[in-house]
Design a protein around this ligand. Structure first.
Ligand SMILES: [Zn+2]
Length: 376
């Protein structure tokens, strides 16, 4: 029997959020960062301890007053979450605890992308994982598509990869599992995860850029994930970058998709039929055409990053994705294009490179669910 996530007062939710983001915090640190009185903090923590969400793990005597303060951490094994990432052909799943620590991973091929069929398949994955992890109380499904809320119902308005229009996937999965289900655009979910538990932990503003087969951008503004009016925030795949370059396939000359997606780098390198990894190796070993394709991609990436800085003014950019070799191989081109596009501003941009693992997309679904349960 799944225990439902309880409603909690705001003080408890904010205190739990602080502990989640920082990993371990003392009571004194929580009180200070939330501006809570000792009595309010005691009430907030009592709820969290009663709900078995946090545990005390010793005392800290570093505080300014020298008074010992109990150290708190999210509990393990009490509340667990299922994160799911859908691609056009695979289901990735991760079970995490309340702190977002991964407890189990699973992946399998999608049998049929039809919404009802895929809901059946994901429900089957959930059933098998819940047999081992009965504490799973909610799930977050991230997918390549536009997710919107209509009348309080989460709808996948469109997913080109899955061939969906107006699919209430959260409802379909909830009917089959009885779990609380949230759906999110995959880049938005990854941004939410990096903001709490990754390179952007605790920042008020942050941009995440993913490079790989496609391009994506996520935005944290005022501490919240922005999704845009139509769930399409960060659709930068066809952002004009250099102009006058090769056609991207839909008529733009010199947009980001003329240079930056991994399959386009392969094509521009003249080594058609090679894999992306092979073209990376060719560039590393000095192949002039491969190097040029990566330098062009690097310039495009520099303009993309500059555009993000100019529009969002973030405190950091997190760069991730399986296309990260671009940043490694063509750093000089990226930096030069970034500086040029940012002129007259000359401040350095903090770019945090986050190594890419596919399981992180699934984990992001779980963290997205935790955020939503905490009212974010
Ligand atoms: Zn284009």
């Amino acid at each position: 029997m799944t225990e439902a996530w309880p409603a909690m007062p705001e003080g408890s939710r904010l205190a739990l959020r602080e502990i989640l983001i920082h990993g371990v915090l003392s009571r004194a640190e929580i009180a200070r960062s939330l501006g809570l009185s000792r009595a309010s903090l005691t009430r907030a923590m009592r709820t969290l301890v009663a709900n078995r969400m946090v545990v005390e793990i010793g005392t800290d005597v570093r505080g300014a007053t020298g008074r010992p303060s109990e150290l708190l951490q999210t509990s393990a094994g009490e509340w667990e979450f299922l994160g799911v990432k859908l691609t056009k052909d695979r289901v990735y799943a991760a079970v995490t605890d309340l702190g977002g620590r991964v407890l189990a991973l699973h992946e399998e091929a999608i049998v049929s992308p039809a919404p009802e069929d895929l809901a059946d398949q994901v429900a089957g994955v959930a059933d098998r994982l819940r047999a081992v992890h009965p504490a799973i109380c909610a799930t977050g499904v991230s997918l390549p598509g536009d997710v919107v809320s209509r009348g309080g119902v989460s709808i996948v308005a469109s997913s080109q990869f899955l061939g969906w229009q107006d699919v209430p996937f959260a409802d379909l999965l909830r009917e089959r599992t009885g779990l609380t289900v949230f759906t999110a655009n995959d880049v938005h979910a990854l941004t939410a995860k990096e903001h709490w538990l990754g390179a952007g932990a605790g920042r008020r503003s942050m941009v995440l850029v993913t490079v790989g087969e496609g391009l994506g951008l996520g935005l944290i503004a005022n501490g919240q994930v922005s999704t845009g009016a139509h769930g399409r925030l960060g659709r930068i795949g066809h952002l004009p970058v250099l102009g006058g370059g090769p056609d991207c396939g839909i008529g733009h000359a010199g947009c980001a998709s003329s240079y930056l997606p991994s399959p386009v780098i392969v094509r521009n390198s003249g080594h058609e039929g090679a894999t992306y990894d092979e073209v990376v190796e060719l560039a590393r070993s000095g192949d002039a055409r491969a190097i040029r394709a990566f330098e062009d991609a690097g310039r495009a990436l520099g303009v993309v990053l500059a555009s993000a800085v100019l529009i969002a003014d973030p405190s950091a950019i997190v760069l991730t994705g399986d296309g990260l070799p671009v940043y490694d191989l063509a750093r000089a081109s990226v930096d030069e294009a970034l500086r040029g596009a940012l002129a007259p501003y000359t401040e350095a941009v903090a770019i945090e490179v986050q190594p890419f693992e596919f399981s992180e997309w699934a984990r992001a679904g779980a963290v997205f669910a935790i955020r939503r349960l905490l009212g974010e």
